[in-house]
Design a binder for this molecule. Structure first.
Ligand code: SF4
Length: 371
């Protein structure tokens, strides 16, 4: 069965992830709290400052490398099953953040996983990959200081997966991922190859590597860390570090944005009128009437409007705190807050969509170059 701890805490990269209480992940899954490290980080990202990155494994190693200006790598990627949405945006920005802190950056287009998990053909995922890479470049990824590749074209990743096959039994795979078809177990081995490829001699050998991901991906990290230890003798791997961000709730108030419900999320390529409509209709933590809200205040803790502003569209930390406090005090009403949010989001999307047009040729070149 997938990793499951009591009711309402389920972490499964190939299924449903439900997190009711992030604190429990520290005790039950061995994830370490991120907050105690915050004051030591020279230039923390907004996700770090806002407690959106809530946990880590061995981030101390990365912190040391940043402070000592030693070589380290960042590795993450995207499953090319569609356009960039707010979840993939977050991961891309985390990769770019570490690249700017000096990391060698690796961004994987997980087309083998897209085939095995979502039955997306390689031709279809190639088209999504071009679009996704254009988004990544528009967000600021520097391809001269990084490596963008497709799993299906990267022989080093596939070679590592073959090697790692000897380090995993069927019982291990079932314990981590549940009963799945063999292709998904293969995809998990390939992902372990993705995570450890930055440490091969072709990329100057072993080095601390951070993998910034949503907490639903933690089983891949635990599996890869175990493989890194098992194959240390051959490659001298350093167990990868990771950071975990919280899962953004759906605009409809559901625990997670989901492609199954288009009203729960929007993509970066979506038409402004669609995005406006989705935000206007979004669930909020507001009260039934204006009078009640003025009297009792809203509940920003359960509100997706509060979340999309904090996670993504409001850069100023003080403005986030002010909106939170004004909501609690009943000074800010949902209609007003939604209107402000729509303005922030549409400004971002307009700028981004304009920029990404200029990167489509470069993205095609990267994907067609066989990387
Ligand atoms: S005022 Fe804003 S944060 Fe508060 S409940 Fe309404 S939309 Fe959500």
């Amino acid at each position: 069965m997938p990793v499951k701890k009591q009711q309402k805490t389920v972490i499964n990269p190939y299924g449903t992830t439900i997190i009711e209480d992030y604190e429990r992940l520290y005790k039950e899954f061995g994830i370490q709290p991120f907050k105690p490290l915050l004051s030591q980080i020279p230039n923390p990202s907004k996700y770090m400052r806002r407690n959106i990155i809530f946990g880590h494994r061995d981030f101390d190693r990365i912190l040391h490398a940043i402070k000592a200006r030693e070589t380290f790598a960042v590795m993450s990627g995207i499953k090319p099953t569609g356009e960039f949405h707010l979840g993939t945006l977050m991961t891309a920005q985390e990769v770019i953040y570490f690249q700017k802190q000096g990391a060698m950056a690796f961004y994987c287009i997980a087309d083998i996983e897209a085939y095995e998990d979502n039955n997306i053909s390689f031709e279809k995922s190639r088209q999504f990959a071009i679009s996704n890479v254009a988004d990544l470049l528009a967000l600021g990824f520097d391809p001269k200081k990084g490596c963008i590749y497709r799993q299906s074209k990267e022989i080093r990743v596939k070679d590592l997966a073959i090697l790692f096959g000897r380090g995993a039994t069927l019982a291990t795979m079932k314990a981590i991922y549940g009963e799945r078809h063999i292709g998904l177990y293969l995809a998990a081995l390939i992902q372990a190859g993705d995570i450890l490829m930055p440490q091969l001699q072709d990329f100057d050998g072993p080095k601390p590597t951070v993998v910034p991901v949503g907490v639903d991906q933690d089983p891949h990290l635990r599996f890869t860390r175990d493989l890194a230890r098992r194959f240390r003798g051959k490659h001298n791997f350093i167990a990868p570090s990771s950071t975990y961000h919280k899962m953004m709730r759906g605009l409809d108030g559901s625990p997670k944005m989901s492609k199954r419900n288009p009203m729960s999320y929007f993509t970066l390529g979506e038409k402004p009128e669609n995005v406006k409509m989705k935000i206007s209709k979004a669930f909020t933590g507001g009260r039934a009437t204006v009078e009640e809200q003025r009297k009792l205040g809203g509940v920003p803790e359960i509100c997706p409007i509060n979340e999309i502003c904090a996670y993504q569209f409001v850069e100023n930390d003080a403005a986030i705190v002010e909106a939170y406090q004004d909501c609690k005090a009943g000074k800010l009403l949902c209609g007003e807050h939604k209107a402000q949010t729509i303005e922030h989001v549409l400004n971002f999307l307009q700028n981004h969509q304009e920029k990404r047009k200029g990167f489509l040729n470069k993205a095609t070149e990267i994907i067609e170059s066989g990387n």
